[in-house]
Design a protein around this ligand. Structure first.
Ligand SMILES: [Fe+2]
Length: 228
């Protein structure tokens, strides 16, 4: 059973998603965003990650993998006890990435890859402080590769079709936790800000069928050793 203090609405396990208003305070996300900007760049000529258009977006996005910038990975790992309390069982971090979306872009409705059992979308900055909604579907998709038994993948859609969904208007510091493999999600309305910055972080159940996806399948040594 999820800890109600960790899960203010107590709804994650019931609904498959939960909104956390102001999960991270402004000073901390400002520090993280500014550190990322200084180290990884902020323009096409300076950015050290990838600038690409994905199948889910209409415009170019900046993408930086957590494994390529240790502070992002470390922030992700630090949230793990909180996620375990909300989920009600131990989880391990899988992977994370940082993205910048530009004005007018959307994120088409989709579900995430197998390492994404529990995912958080955390907004860590925006140019204009205008809310941008993240929507999550109400239908539990047992097998994303076989949507409603059709044998088809229902992804990169412009809308939810006949599926009910909830939309959470997000400002910097706000987060949505969702079952990212089994709940379709996306941003239906164009981004009203000149840019927004986001951290996407994913976990798997420590003792579940996807536990091999922990740490993005990278094995860490069992123990450290120091000598003088
Ligand atoms: Fe996603």
């Amino acid at each position: 059973m999820a800890d109600k203090a960790a899960s203010p609405n107590g709804s994650y396990n019931d609904n498959g998603f939960e909104f956390f208003k102001g999960l991270v305070e402004p000073d901390t996300i400002n520090a993280l965003l500014n550190m990322t900007e200084q180290v990884a760049g902020n323009s096409p000529s300076t950015f050290r990650g990838i600038i690409r258009k994905s199948t889910l977006t209409n415009k170019l996005i900046y993408v930086l993998q957590g494994t390529n910038f240790v502070p992002l990975d470390t922030f992700h790992w630090g949230l793990t006890p909180f996620i375990s309390r909300v989920v009600g069982k131990p989880v391990l971090p899988a992977y994370s990435n940082f993205r910048i979306y530009q004005q007018g872009d959307v994120c088409k409705i989709h579900s995430d890859r197998v390492a994404s059992e529990h995912g958080i979308s955390l907004m860590i900055g925006s140019s204009d402080n205008k809310p941008w909604g993240l929507s999550v579907g109400h239908e539990f998709i047992e097998d994303p590769m076989n949507w409603r038994g059709t044998g088809k993948v229902k992804t990169a859609c412009d809308d939810f079709g006949d599926e009910p969904f909830s939309t959470f208007e997000m400002y910097p510091g706000d987060a949505v936790l969702y079952q990212a493999i089994n709940r379709r999600h996306g941003r239906l309305e164009p981004n009203p800000n000149r840019w927004t910055a986001h951290l996407f972080m994913f976990w798997v159940d420590r003792n579940g069928p996807r536990k091999d996806q922990a740490f993005d399948k990278k094995r860490h040594p069992a123990s450290a050793n120091y000598t003088f």
